[in-house]
Design a protein around this ligand. Structure first.
Ligand code: HEM
Length: 430
C-alpha cells in the first residue's frame, strides 16, 4: 500500500508515534529557545529599565508567537493528527501530517526570526503567515472534513470542544496571515494586537485545552459525571467573549469570566471526587495541579476585567495574560502531558514523576511572583516589585527546562509499553 494512503489510526502505530515525537520535540524546541529564553531576555530588559516599553515590540511579539504557535500550536497539531483520527477517521493521509509539519515549522520559524531581526520583512512576514495558514488548512481538511467514525458517547462533548477549537485555530491563523499583509513594520499595531491576543489565547488554545481536559481529567481525578448540558453553553459564552474582544475589552472579560466558571462547574473540578483518582504513572499531587491550573484561568479572566477598567499602564493586562499562559496553559500541559504522552510515544511511563512535581511547583511559584509583581511594578504601586520580576523568570525558566528534560528523557529512555505488558503478563499480574 503506498505510504500516503496508509491508515495510521491503529493503536501504537510506530509511524504515527514517530510523527508525534517529531511534533513534540519541535514544540519543546520552540518553547525553550525562541519562546522562554526570549521571554526572559525581554523581562530582564523591562525590569532593569523599570518600564514595560524597554523591550522591543518585535521581540515581545516574537516571544508570544513562538509560545502560542510554536510550542502550543505544534503540540496541538501533532496530538490532533495522532489522537483525533482515532475518533473521527478510518484513514488519513500520512503525507498531510508531514506537509503540515514542514509548512508550520517553517512559517513559525520565519515569523520568529523576522520579529527579532527584520531582514526582508516585507516578503518574509507575509510569507510566514501564508505558510502557517496553508499548514492549518491541510490539518483542518484532513482531520475535520472527513466523516466521523463510530460515535463514542464518552468523547461526545470533547469532540464538540475540539472541533470548535480547530475552526477557531483556522480563524486565528487566517487573521494572523491577513494582518501580516497589512502591516507597515514587522510588528502588529498595539490596538489590533490586544484583540488578536484574545483570539489566539482564549479563542483557540482555551477550547483545545477544555476539549482535552473534558476527556482526560474526569477519570484522572475520579470526578463525578460531567454536567454535559453545561459544556456547550460554556463554550458558546467563551466564543462570544472572544468576539467581544474586538468591540469591548470589558464586556469580553466579564463574559470570559462567566464562561470559565461555567466550564469549571460543568467538569465539577471543585466538588469532592466520586472515585479514587487514576494516578498511575504521574505524581500523586496531579489532582491539585489540575485544579490549581484551572483556578489560574479564572484568575486571568478576573484580572482582565480590572485591566479593561485600567488599561494604562499595562500591568493588569500583562498579569492577566501570564496568569492564563503560564498559570493555566503551561501548568495544564505540564500536568496532562506526562499522563498521556508516554502512552502515545509507546513507552512505559514518564521518566520522573518527581521532576514533574518539582517543575510544576516552580512554575506555580514563578507565576504567583510574576502576576503579583507585574501588577505592583508596572502599575507603580510598589516599585520594589521590579526586583522580583527577574526572580519569577528564574523560577519559570527552571520549570520549563525541567519539563523539557523530563519529556525528552521519557522519549529517549522509556521502555516500550509492549515489553512492560509482556513482562507483567509473565509475572502473572494480568
Ligand atoms: C519564563 C517564562 C516567561 C517569561 C519570562 C515571559 C516574559 C514575557 C514578557 C516580558 C512579555 C512582554 C509583555 C509583558 O510585560 O507582559 C511577554 C508577553 C507574552 N508572553 Fe510571555 N513569558 C513567559 C512565558 C510565556 C508562556 C509559557 C507563554 C505562552 C504559553 C507566553 C506568552 C506570551 C504572550 C502571548 C505575550 C504577549 C505577546 C504580545 O504582546 O504580542 N509567555 N512574556
Amino acid at each position: 500500500m503506498p505510504r500516503c494512503h496508509r491508515s495510521l489510526s491503529q493503536p501504537h502505530d510506530p509511524d504515527l508515534s514517530r510523527m508525534l515525537k517529531v511534533y513534540i520535540v519541535t514544540g519543546i524546541a520552540f518553547m525553550l529557545l525562541p519562546g522562554t529564553f526570549v521571554g526572559v531576555l525581554n523581562l530582564l530588559k523591562i525590569s532593569s529599565a523599570h518600564t514595560s516599553g524597554a523591550a522591543d515590540a518585535g521581540w515581545i511579539q516574537a516571544h508570544g508567537h513562538a509560545q502560542i504557535f510554536g510550542w502550543l500550536g505544534t503540540f496541538i497539531l501533532g496530538i490532533g493528527y495522532y489522537a483525533i483520527p482515532r475518533l473521527r477517521l478510518s484513514r488519513f493521509s500520512f503525507t498531510a501530517a508531514w506537509t503540515t509539519y514542514f509548512l508550520w515549522a517553517a512559517g513559525v520559524l520565519i515569523r520568529w526570526a523576522v520579529g527579532t531581526w527584520p531582514y526582508r520583512w516585507e516578503i518574509l512576514f507575509p510569507l510566514a503567515g501564508i505558510l502557517e495558514l496553508a499548514a492549518v488548512a491541510i490539518f483542518a481538511g484532513t482531520v475535520y472534513l472527513s466523516r466521523p467514525r463510530a460515535r463514542d458517547d464518552k468523547w461526545r462533548e470533547s469532540v464538540v470542544l475540539i472541533t470548535a477549537a480547530g475552526w477557531m485555530m483556522v480563524a486565528a491563523v487566517a487573521v494572523n496571515a491577513v494582518e501580516s499583509f497589512r502591516v507597515t513594520a514587522p510588528v502588529f499595531p498595539t490596538a489590533f494586537n490586544q484583540s488578536y491576543l484574545a483570539l489566539i489565547t482564549w479563542g483557540f488554545v482555551v477550547p483545545f485545552i477544555w476539549g482535552f481536559l473534558s476527556r482526560w481529567t474526569p477519570p484522572l481525578l475520579g470526578l463525578r459525571k460531567t454536567h454535559q448540558l453545561l459544556v456547550r453553553p460554556a463554550l458558546g459564552l467563551l466564543l462570544i467573549g472572544v468576539a467581544l474582544a474586538f468591540v469591548s475589552a470589558l464586556a469580553s472579560a466579564v463574559v470570559l469570566l462567566v464562561a470559565t466558571i461555567a466550564f469549571g462547574l460543568a467538569i465539577r473540578y471543585f466538588e469532592p471526587p466520586e472515585k479514587e483518582p487514576k494516578l498511575s504513572g504521574v505524581h500523586p499531587l496531579t489532582p491539585s495541579f489540575i485544579r490549581l491550573g484551572y483556578l489560574w484561568s479564572i484568575v486571568a479572566a478576573a484580572i482582565a476585567i480590572v485591566a479593561a477598567l485600567h488599561p494604562i499602564p499595562n500591568g493588569y493586562a500583562g498579569a492577566s495574560r501570564h496568569a492564563l499562559t503560564v498559570g493555566f496553559f503551561a501548568a495544564t500541559v505540564f500536568t496532562i502531558g506526562p499522563r498521556v504522552l508516554p502512552a502515545f510515544f509507546n513507552v512505559r511511563q514518564l521518566w520522573s514523576t518527581r521532576l514533574m512535581a518539582v517543575s510544576l511547583i516552580l512554575l506555580h511559584i514563578g507565576c504567583v511572583i510574576r502576576v503579583t509583581s507585574q501588577i505592583l511594578a508596572y502599575e507603580n504601586i510598589a516599585p520594589i516589585a521590579w526586583r522580583a520580576l527577574p526572580l519569577s523568570a528564574g523560577f519559570e525558566m527552571a520549570a520549563v527546562t525541567m519539563f523539557a528534560v523530563n519529556l525528552l528523557m521519557t522519549l529517549t529512555t522509556g521502555s516500550p509499553l509492549e515489553a512492560y505488558l509482556a513482562a507483567a503478563r509473565e509475572a502473572g499480574s494480568f
